[in-house]
Design a protein around this ligand. Structure first.
Ligand code: 8YV
Length: 326
């Protein structure tokens, strides 16, 4: 008998077939109000779970008594109650590495789009303004040879530092709990405290996961420490920034602009003040959203689930102490 699993994301046909070869799959294209009751029902017998998004908390886990492994199609796992999973001996697998370069591209893209005001000027052309002259009030600000301050120097931070240092001749500052000697050596990156990073950076880029320590790490007080000419970029998780404080800072000129791929609430509510501001570039959580990378993440998550349920976990496990025990 193949182990029962629940899939809650639409997968490419070949990956779906691979899952079918190993497991008895109950599949949902996504989690929604419509699919949720059947999803809960299927969880009662499931040994494995694979998908992305959703809130996998203690209440939900209590309804999945046979669950042995969950495989998220994402690097971030702030939507899982990891402590409860570990207590219940449920492995949590994620997809680091495969999306690193793509997310670093997105960060670089947001820096360029925001600093050079590309979306705003795209709209200006479409609105028929190109007969007006392009004056200084449409100019952007340089990216090359400026200072980038990176919050978090994990895989994505490193890939951003590489682009910034070699591609754009930028000075790289970073703030992490412990210095990263590889970043210092390869990209001449300088480890510094948060206040120094905020005061000296032209671009502050967030690559951090959401944890109780990073929640609202950037609020009014931190925004006030930034240069008035600085640009804030976030492709980590929305709640790392206090969004109301950011909106105020963008309105009153505390900082110049922001490029945001992630938000406190997603999808971004229609009435969000952010929608009204010209000095913000918005992206709909597309950090890893390329055909190549999303396929790679799904393939990695499928392999992760197979390894977890076969007891052959070697990597990509958030709570490896369980794998060691089994
Ligand atoms: C995910 C992300 O793809 O991997 C992450 O943590 O934020 C994105 O790349 C997103 O959660 C949707 O799956």
């Amino acid at each position: 008998m193949k182990p029962a699993i629940v899939l809650y994301k639409k997968l490419p046909a070949d990956l779906r077939q691979k899952l079918d070869e190993h497991f008895s799959v109950t599949a949902f294209d996504e989690l929604s109000h419509q699919t949720y009751p059947a999803f809960l029902q299927a969880l009662k017998n499931a040994e494995g779970l694979i998908g992305s998004g959703g809130r996998i908390d203690a209440d939900l886990l209590a309804q999945a008594p046979k669950l042995r492994a969950a495989s998220t199609i994402s690097v971030g796992y702030d939507n899982f109650d990891v402590d409860e999973m570990t207590r219940r001996n449920i492995l949590l697998m994620h997809t680091p590495t495969v999306l690193t370069e793509t997310v670093a591209d997105t960060l670089m893209g947001l820096m360029l789009a925001t600093a050079r005001r590309i979306p705003e000027l795209d709209a200006w052309i479409r609105d028929g303004h190109w007969n007006d002259s392009l004056g200084a009030d449409h100019y952007g600000t340089d990216v090359h040879h400026k200072t980038v301050g990176i919050l978090g120097m994990g895989r994505i931070g490193m890939a951003l530092a590489q682009r910034a240092h070699f591609g754009f001749g930028m000075k790289v500052l970073y703030n992490t709990r412990t210095p990263n000697p590889e970043a210092n050596q390869k990209y001449q990156a300088q480890h510094c405290d948060l206040d120094t990073l905020l005061a000296q950076s032209d671009f502050v880029c967030i690559t951090l996961p959401l944890t109780s320590q990073t929640h609202h790490m950037i609020g009014r007080a931190q925004l006030e420490k930034m240069k008035k000419s600085a640009i804030l970029i976030n492709a980590g998780r929305g709640p790392v920034i206090d969004e109301n404080a950011l909106i105020e800072a963008l309105k009153d000129g505390t900082i110049l602009a922001a490029g945001l791929d992630v938000f406190e609430r997603e999808p971004l509510p229609h009435d969000s003040e952010l929608m009204k501001l010209k000095n913000v570039v918005l992206a709909p959580h597309i950090g890893s959203a390329t055909h190549e990378t999303r396929y790679g993440m799904a393939a990695c998550a499928v392999d992760n689930l197979i390894a977890a349920l076969n007891g052959t976990v070697k990597e990509n496990c958030v709570n490896p102490q369980i794998a060691a025990k089994n």
